[in-house]
Design a protein around this ligand. Structure first.
Ligand SMILES: Cc1cc2nc3c(=O)[nH]c(=O)nc-3n(C[C@H](O)[C@H](O)[C@H](O)COP(=O)(O)OP(=O)(O)OC[C@H]3O[C@@H](n4cnc5c(N)ncnc54)[C@H](O)[C@@H]3O)c2cc1C
Length: 461
């Protein structure tokens, strides 16, 4: 943004990249749609950098911004960019629980709350008493009980799964029983209300505005929600994808986090030894390759693909809204490829998703025109790509019959219900190639070599 302010970089807000311009197997620009007036335009370049974020919205409900989607990455994937570890999804434990079917977005409560808040549920199932009426000895501080060394500070995937388990046992609180308490009464007693307010006052206020409940007086209710996607386009150490000239940075690529994200943002990866990676590696790429101007035919082909797809979406004129498809897909993903995955559930999802996708292409209704602000059209294009991505996520989750970080396969757990990895069979990055509409994705394995730190079975007990 500093460079934008200095006049060195031109910013085009409200433009959505809908395809790559490809020439001789290289990325040579993008085709975009102006979201305000619908104009389809192209920009040619020596190299393309995607920084289009994560794809958690495939689940419909997530903590991501409403505009987050997979279209840019998916278009690149279809041109040959491998998509790595798509099933690795981070489910964050401290979100405000869903309050009803009307919702399309989830609000994250900062994780810092777990520093002082104690997580608990009633010991008894279906206990409908107010939290204040449940005596101490009838409460289960389950994280402190199961993980005495780490207590409420266990990593996100463990805290999330533990919350799911107690809710599955019927001990969840709030509407639908999908919530657990995050209780500050001890902290207020120990530190005083002023100190708690100084640390968390803004979060408490936000929570109260959303739920109408005051967390100083009654425990917060939280539940896990989709938050971050560790998978993404495969890149090398130069942050270049398998499509020459296509660089990918941030949450849009797969690198750094593996199956879990313990801390730090995808944004840190742009730095190596204190220097930004891309300005060096893109310059090298351009210096190595004498690139001629982009041929008109390559531009025309890309624009034709974009316009053809827009026309196709507008011409269906069916009887189901885009949101209803997105919601149903999200439900399938959450149910079968969410916090806990089973072979049976994943196989079921592999039947449901293609059937729903087929229905989408027959029955979706996109009102309005292409040459205007048309948010239904924007969404429809994104949901169409979510269908294909969702299927790949399920395929990835099914093939990885081990538990690993954010990917928990119910069949692969130890006697205490903890995730069991299988490093001999799955110690690799799964990078999937697109092999055409209706064809099976092709799996490429990049071996993981541990020279200094050997993988061990983790324990937070
Ligand atoms: C609520 C919340 C709290 C978080 N808190 C933390 C934290 O405390 N610490 C931490 O390390 N991380 C945190 N994260 C994660 C972190 O914010 C993200 O991983 C990071 O912002 C990703 O940055 P990015 O630039 O890669 O993508 P984004 O910030 O997602 O930016 C991508 C941009 O690309 C745009 N875009 C997408 N598709 C297209 C397209 N086809 N054409 C044009 N534009 C497109 C999107 O609209 C968006 O503006 C949090 C995330 C959320 C949602």
């Amino acid at each position: 943004m500093r460079q934008v302010e200095a006049g060195n970089v031109e910013l085009f807000p409200r433009h959505e990249m809908l395809d790559l311009i490809m020439e001789d197997g290289r990325a040579r620009g993008v085709v975009v749609r102006n979201l305000i007036n619908g104009e389809v335009k192209h920009y040619t370049a020596d190299a393309v950098v995607l920084a289009s974020g994560g794809y958690g919205n495939v689940y419909f409900l997530s903590t991501n911004a409403m505009g987050s989607n997979v279209t840019a990455s998916w278009r690149a994937h279809r041109h040959g960019a491998l998509f790595a570890n798509p099933c690795y999804t981070q489910i964050h434990p401290t979100c405000i629980p869903v309050s009803g079917d009307h919702q399309s977005k989830l609000t994250l409560m900062s994780e810092s709350l777990r520093n002082d808040g104690r997580v608990w549920v009633p010991k008894k199932a279906k206990d409908e008493r107010r939290p204040a009426d449940i005596p101490e000895d009838e409460r289960d501080y389950y994280l402190e009980r199961i993980y005495p060394s780490f207590g409420n500070l266990v990593p996100r995937d463990i805290a999330s799964r533990a919350a799911k388990n107690v809710c599955d046992e019927g001990r969840g609180v709030g509407p639908g029983g999908l919530g657990v308490y995050l209780d500050f009464s001890d902290a207020i007693g120990r530190l005083g209300r002023d100190k708690v307010e100084a640390k968390y006052g803004n979060l408490f206020e936000m929570y109260e505005r959303i739920t109408g409940e005051n967390p100083y007086d009654t425990p917060m209710r939280i539940y896990p929600a989709v938050h971050y996607t560790m998978g993404g386009l495969w890149v090398d150490y130069d942050l270049e994808s398998t499509v020459p000239g296509l660089f990918v940075i941030g949450e849009a690529n797969f690198s750094d986090h593996g199956a879990n994200r313990l801390g730090a943002s995808a944004l840190m990866q742009g730095l190596a030894d204190g220097y930004f990676v891309l300005p060096a590696t893109i310059n090298d790429y351009i210096a190595r390759n004498a690139l001629p101007p982009v041929a008109d035919t390559a531009i025309a082909e890309a624009e034709e693909r974009v316009n053809g797809r827009i026309e196709k979406l507008l011409s269906i004129d069916g009887d189901r809204s885009v949101d209803s498809f997105h919601r149903e897909l999200g439900h399938i993903m959450w149910e079968y490829c969410g916090m806990e995955r089973t072979e049976e559930g994943l196989r079921k999802a592999l039947e449901l998703i293609p059937a729903l996708r087929e229905e989408f292409w027959k029955r979706v209704k996109v009102t309005g025109k292409g040459e205007e602000l048309n948010q239904q059209l924007e969404k429809a294009g994104r949901v169409a790509d979510f269908f294909e991505l969702g299927e790949l996520m399920v395929i990835d989750a099914l093939h990885r019959s081990e538990s690993c970080g954010g990917h928990f396969r119910a069949e692969s757990q130890d006697e205490e219900g903890e995730a069991k990895r299988d490093d001999d069979a799955f110690g690799y990055v799964a990078a999937w190639g697109w092999s055409g509409e209706g064809a099976k994705p092709v799996l490429h394995k990049e071996a993981l070599n541990f020279e200094y730190v050997k993988p061990t079975q983790r324990s937070y007990k």
